[in-house]
Design a binder for this molecule. Structure first.
Ligand SMILES: [Fe+2]
Length: 176
């Protein structure tokens, strides 16, 4: 796949996503969607480079993984419903193969189940999701500690957790 094609498809998906984010009823929620989805997409690209996976597809999985939550302001079952939403969006663009759409659909479907191990693309979006959340909210309680520790370890970063006065574990990061 050539570079120009790569840029175009990613840019087209971003444009589709922006339409959804800009149409959110809650104006105050709009920045949250941009920060989280674009942040996760960047984390996806970063992890994809490290793991030798398709960077473009991984970025798209990141952009679309919570699409249902932001489009319909509905969090429950957003993974399975979002998988269908993303599949339809990509199919309508007529720029992706059936195999590519299947990878994206599957990864989004699995992404909320952080405790189970799935295929490489599903694991990548789960890791990117956890990474973005912890980098954004670095002073708050760490969710999915085991997964975050594992991701950071691959980059030579050791995550230590210290309990604060409210008994919540907060990250203290050490470079190995
Ligand atoms: Fe997410």
């Amino acid at each position: 796949m050539g570079n120009i094609e790569f840029m175009n498809r990613l840019e087209i998906v971003r444009n589709e996503l922006d339409i959804i984010l800009l149409n959110q009823e809650s104006v105050t929620q709009r920045p949250e969607g941009y920060i989280h989805l674009y942040g996760v997409a960047q984390a996806c690209s970063f992890l994809a480079i490290k793991r030798g996976l398709d960077v473009e597809l991984c970025s798209i999985i990141g952009l679309l993984h919570d699409i249902y939550t932001y489009k319909f302001e509905y969090v429950k079952e957003h993974a399975s419903l979002g998988a269908i939403e993303a599949e339809n969006l990509l199919r309508d663009l007529e720029l992706f193969t059936g195999e590519e759409i299947e990878i994206v659909r599957n990864a989004i479907y699995n992404h909320s189940d952080k405790k189970t191990k799935h295929d490489k693309y599903s694991e990548l979006i789960k890791d990117a999701d956890v990474l973005q959340n912890s980098l954004y909210e670095s002073l708050f309680e760490v969710k999915h500690k085991k997964r975050l520790k594992k991701v950071l370890k691959k980059f030579g970063i050791k995550l230590k957790l210290k309990k604060d006065k409210f008994s919540k574990e907060k990250p203290v990061i050490d470079i190995i």
